[in-house]
Each structure stands twice: as structure tokens, then as C-alpha cells.
Design a protein around this ligand. Structure first.
Ligand code: SF4
Length: 636
């Protein structure tokens, strides 16, 4: 058996219930390693051009990686891919928790769902044995309930459950896939694809741990990472305050999206900060399998009109911002309750919160009125209105709920009257809570990222701007970046930072490792450590250069898929709003992304990434990346 993996990929044909086990050669694992790179190998070949994302031709792939389940921090993450029902481009989403490692221990390196089941089913994989079961009794139930029911049904409290919630069953477009009832593959509508296949859940349990090539080297890394990070306040801050700990920093630099991205500073930031959470509602810290950082929050609120059940964990920074500052809401209890509703019903909190903020701006501008909202006073800052609309979205119980359950881009088409001026979407995906007006390279990466605006697809600008700590710059030098740039700049060197950072993050999403543990700057492990970790697990002579190429390969495969579906430079755009000066206070007030600098950055990026000036990967680029076979899917 090769090190790090099982050598087995499970194919489930939902139409017939038939299953097959594929045993790819080692060269396949070395080329793709896991996550969405592995997924694209199948999706490009098997999903026909123009396929309906919600039809039987779409594949749904679930891939951890060669390092998932190894005894080291930050490896327990899993990737879900399919053609996205949000954009029609490739869909991609990651989640952590205990499910990913348990999935690996259940005996497979990935599972691919083909076709659509005639009736609702769930899949169990227990100690290598896959079985489909009737899921009709689970329908309509919230995720916490289903999580408990399925553990009981397989008779093992330690079984891990990944599922869609009731929102996906009724067609909410930005539905995610949730494990542990609190870790979400949230983005790009992967839950709706799973629902279209009538697949309710995947339950895994097993004792089949892949062999580690060099356990001593891995044990040494388990010591050196934390030791090196002793001088690094970022890891300590993440552990103490979770991702919520960045609220105040984001606010300080003018990158906390406020009132639907019109401002970069929120007067209520302190009230929704990680510090406030720790002082008030934090019950405990949680973790993912084998991770020493323990950044996950568990909150509890038992009194008042907005409660929070610890079963659903606690809000991350993105959720705090989308339901908080995006909506002008400074009520941490309301935000925590919104987070819980998203997890109970299984929807992406970024798209959902941002869609409500969009609707609030439309209401304030008179594009919609109380007639459209069913009498709700949907102004910024109204926490009761936010919660009420959220409930209507996840249940699609009102005309407003039905419109917003399609996401903001589709809602703008329904409402017209200039509603598109209020959008913050790229490829129909609502932008996360890091502002490209402040972190200027994100203007580029939000635009070119194959699955829409994403904050976890490249390194953020403060780490490559004047004044960056030596600790971080030394790490960036490992990937050839040693020349920090002025703040708010999008120079050619910043574009190089954007591209190389994107390759690094793409590599991490291929290895399905946590971006708070491995990273090009502040994390527990740097780039060279990441390569050392892969070497220790697999026994391969992997270098950081090879891993950077792996990341580039994933991007090129995704862009090839998109190009075949008709995507090109015209789709690598930003919302109109990002080109207009921000209002409000703080260092970004009055700042906008410049159209000329943006277009110049696109030109430069395409050159660096080996694409045509229209954003299509070149045939020779695919060949250089070892995936020349994919060229046949490029448009003529
Ligand atoms: S840093 Fe946080 S999210 Fe990442 S693996 Fe550890 S506990 Fe999970």
C-alpha cells in the first residue's frame, strides 16, 4: 500500500445504486494529491459542456488528500466540487472538523457521485463498506437533529455525518453541506447539487489509517511548528479569539465591510468583536481532528430573544461581518442566532448575510418597499428584520424569502430599477468580508478566482506592504517575494504577490490543509514545513516548488473548465460598487479600486499564469503543468 492514501476511489452511481472502486496508479496521486485538483481530473472529463448543474450529468466529488488523517495539526479538511448552480462555473468549497479525517479512516481517498437517485438516500461508509440507505425519514429535519439520528442509526457516537439541511431540500441556491452540524462546505451552492442528487447525507466511520512514511519526521514537525510560532502573536490570537479576533484589525485598516460594502469602518465593531465574544457568550473552544490551535468557537445564549445552542458552534469572522457590519447590526446575540439558523438549515452564511445586506440597501434606496418585504422595515441596523428575513429565506416561506433564496444577483434581476448597483457579487458569488479597496490585490483575485470572490484563495496585502514584520517577509521569500509594496497599491509586484499567493493557497486547497495552520506567512507552518510534512507522510521527494506547481495546476484545470463553459476575461470583473469611492470613516474612506490599475493587473496576471490575454489557459501551460490532456477541453 502506498503511503498516505488507500489507493481506492469510490464511485457511487445514484440512479442504479451501483458502486465501483477505482484503484488509480501512484502517479495519479502524485500529480493531483487531493481536493479540487483530483476532482477536476474527473469533472473535466465526465461533466459534458453545458451540463445543467442540477441535472444528472453533473458530478459531485468529495475529496480529502494524501495527508488527511495524518497525526499533525491542520490536515483534517475536505473539498467538495461540482459545476456550480450559482455561477455555471466550477464550484468549490472546503470544510474542516472531524469528518475529513474519519472519512479517510473509513477507507477511501475520495467519493464521486454520479447521476441522480430516484428517491432520497444517505450513504454510509463503515470500515471500507459503502451502503446506501433510505433517507425519507430525515427530510425536513434540522441538521443537529439529523446528526444525532444518523449516529444512532449506525450505532456509533463517533461516526461523523456530512449532510445537507432542509434549505437545500427546498432549493435554496446558496445551500452548503455541513458536517458535525457546525462545519460547512458553504460556498458555491454545493448543497443544492447534493440535493439535486437526492443525497441527504454521508456517514463515515473506520479504523483504516493510511500508513505514514516517516513518523519520526512528522513527530519532529509537531514540535518545531509550535516552537517557531512562540514568537508569532497571530497564532496565539487565533487560538484565544478565533477568527472573530480579526474584527478590530479589519476595522482599524478600513476593511470591515459596512452597510453592504459602502464603508470600511463600522462604529459597532467593538460590540461584535472576538474580544466581546470571549467576555460574554463564549462557552468553550473547539478544534478539528488533531489540531492544537483550537480556533473554533462554541457559544451559548440561553436568555433573551436571540438564543444560541452550542451544538451549532459559534460564528466565524465572515458570519459576524456579513450578518453584522454588512447589515449595520452590532448585536452579537442576533448574529449568533443568525449563525445558528444558517447551520440548522444548511446555508452559506456569507452569501446569505450578504444577500440580506443587499436587500437592506435596496430597501433604503427605495428600490423595494414594504410592499415587497411584506411589511418588514428592512433598514440597516434592524436586527429583528434581519432574523425575520433570514427565516423566510431558509424556508422560502414568503415571496421575499423565495426571491432572496436565489442569491442577490438573481434578486437584482427580479427587482431591476438599478438594484444591480447594490451588488457585491463576482460570478454571482457574494464577496466575503475583506475589502479590495483596502487589500488591493484582492481586487484582482476576487475577479480571476475560478469560483467567484474568495478571501481564502490568496495571501492578503498587509503581509506584503511596507512595515511588514521580518518574520512574515522571511517566509514570503521562500516563494520568491521579498519586495514589500506601498499600502493600497496594485503594482506589477503586487500582482506577482497575488499570483504566487494564489498558487500557494491553491496548493493548500489541493492538499486540503487548513490555511490557519499552513501558509506563506504567519501560520504554524511555512512553505518549507508544508513540503516537509508532505514528504514525511508520503515518502515522496516533494519540494516547495513542486507544491507551488501543484497549486498552479489546480487553477489551470479550473480555468480550463470555465473556459469550456464560455467564461473568459469578460467574467473576471468586479461589482460596479468596488470602483466607487467608499464613504464613512477610516483609512479607506474615499478610496476605490481604479479601473485602469485593475485592467493592467489583469493583463499582468494572465501573463504570469500562462493564460491568453482573454484569460484562457494556454495549451503549453497545461503541458508544462503535466496536464496536457486537458487542452482538448479548451475552446477552439
Ligand atoms: S486552525 Fe482552527 S480551523 Fe484550522 S484545523 Fe485548527 S481548529 Fe480547525
Amino acid at each position: 500500500m502506498p503511503y498516505g492514501y488507500h489507493g481506492k476511489i469510490l464511485h457511487v452511481y445514484l440512479e442504479s445504486g451501483k458502486m465501483e472502486v477505482e484503484t488509480p496508479p501512484e502517479s495519479f496521486y502524485r500529480t493531483y494529491m487531493g481536493g479540487s485538483a483530483m476532482a477536476l481530473y474527473y469533472i473535466l472529463r465526465e461533466v459534458p459542456k453545458g451540463a445543467d448543474p442540477l441535472g444528472p450529468e453533473n458530478l459531485l466529488t468529495v475529496f480529502p488528500s494524501v495527508v488527511t488523517g495524518a497525526p499533525i495539526s491542520g490536515q483534517s479538511r475536505i473539498n467538495v466540487n461540482a459545476k456550480s448552480p450559482m455561477s455555471g462555473a466550477i464550484g468549490d468549497s472546503q470544510a474542516g472538523g472531524f469528518f475529513p479525517a474519519e472519512f479517510k479512516f473509513a477507507g477511501y481517498d475520495g467519493v464521486i457521485f454520479h447521476g441522480q437517485s430516484p428517491k432520497w438516500v444517505y450513504l454510509t461508509i463503515i470500515d471500507g463498506k459503502p451502503e446506501l440507505h433510505d433517507a425519507s425519514h430525515l427530510l425536513g429535519k434540522v441538521t443537529g437533529e439529523v446528526d444525532k439520528m444518523l449516529k444512532q442509526e449506525v450505532g456509533d457516537e463517533k461516526a461523523q455525518v456530512m449532510q445537507i439541511g432542509p434549505a437545500a431540500e427546498i432549493g435554496v441556491r446558496f445551500s452548503g453541506i455541513i458536517n458535525m452540524a457546525n462545519r460547512m462546505n458553504g460556498r458555491t451552492g454545493m448543497g443544492l447539487v447534493m440535493a439535486s442528487k437526492k443525497l441527504k447525507a454521508i456517514v463515515v466511520r473506520g479504523k483504516n489509517r493510511p500508513q505514514i512514511a516517516d513518523s519520526k519526521a512528522l513527530a519532529a514537525l509537531n514540535k518545531t511548528g509550535p516552537a517557531k510560532s512562540a514568537a508569532n502573536p497571530d497564532v496565539d490570537g487565533l487560538a484565544k479569539l478565533g477568527t472573530a479576533g480579526v474584527v478590530m484589525f479589519q476595522n482599524m485598516i478600513g476593511s470591515l465591510p459596512t452597510r453592504n460594502y459602502n464603508e470600511g469602518q463600522f462604529e459597532g465593531a467593538e460590540a461584535i468583536s472576538g474580544e466581546r465574544m470571549a467576555e460574554t457568550i463564549l462557552k468553550e473552544r473547539d478544534t478539528c481532528y488533531a489540531c492544537i490551535v483550537r480556533c473554533k468557537r462554541v457559544v451559548e445564549i440561553t436568555e433573551g430573544k436571540f438564543t444560541a445552542d452550542p451544538y451549532y458552534g459559534g460564528a466565524e469572522y465572515e458570519t459576524i461581518s456579513t450578518f453584522g457590519s454588512y447589515c449595520g447590526i452590532d448585536d452579537l446575540a442576533a448574529i449568533s442566532h443568525a449563525h445558528q439558523i444558517c447551520d440548522m438549515y444548511g446555508v452559506d452564511s456569507i452569501s446569505c448575510g450578504a444577500t440580506i445586506a443587499f436587500a437592506m440597501e435596496c430597501y433604503e434606496k427605495g428600490i423595494i418597499t414594504k410592499e415587497d418585504t411584506g411589511g418588514i422595515d428592512l433598514r440597516f441596523g434592524n436586527a429583528d428584520a434581519m432574523i425575520e428575513v433570514l427565516k423566510q429565506i431558509v424556508t422560502k416561506s414568503t415571496p421575499l424569502g423565495k426571491i432572496l433564496a436565489e442569491g442577490s444577483a438573481r434578486a437584482a434581476q427580479v427587482w431591476g430599477k438599478g438594484a444591480d448597483e447594490c451588488l457585491i457579487t463576482v460570478k454571482n458569488e457574494e464577496a466575503p468580508a475583506h475589502m479590495p479597496q483596502s487589500k488591493r490585490s484582492l481586487a484582482l483575485i476576487y475577479a480571476v478566482n475560478p469560483f467567484g470572490a474568495d478571501h481564502q484563495s490568496s495571501e492578503h496585502d498587509p503581509y506584503y506592504e511596507e512595515g511588514v514584520a521580518d518574520f512574515n517577509l522571511d517566509r514570503l521569500k521562500q516563494i520568491g517575494l521579498g519586495n514589500p509594496q506601498p499600502p493600497f497599491s496594485l503594482t506589477p509586484e503586487k500582482v506577482r504577490f497575488g499570483f504566487l499567493g494564489e498558487c500557494f493557497y491553491s496548493m493548500m486547497d489541493t492538499l486540503t490543509v487548513c490555511q490557519f495552520v499552513y501558509g506563506p506567512t504567519w501560520c504554524l507552518y511555512d512553505g518549507e514545513d508544508t513540503a516537509a510534512m508532505v514528504r514525511a507522510v508520503t515518502g515522496w521527494d516533494v519540494t516547495l516548488d513542486e507544491l507551488m506547481k501543484l497549486g498552479h495546476r489546480r487553477i489551470a484545470l479550473m480555468r480550463t473548465f470555465n473556459a469550456r463553459e464560455g467564461f473568459s476575461r469578460k467574467d473576471d470583473t468586479l461589482p460596479k460598487k468596488f470602483f466607487k469611492p467608499l464613504v464613512g470613516t477610516g483609512p479607506t474612506a474615499g478610496l476605490a479600486v481604479g479601473r485602469e490599475e485593475f485592467e493592467a493587473a489583469l493583463d499582468e496576471y494572465y501573463k504570469l499564469a500562462g493564460m491568453t490575454n482573454d484569460g484562457i489557459p494556454k495549451k503549453e501551460t497545461l503541458e508544462q503543468l503535466g496536464v496536457g490532456w486537458a487542452a482538448e477541453y479548451l475552446p477552439a
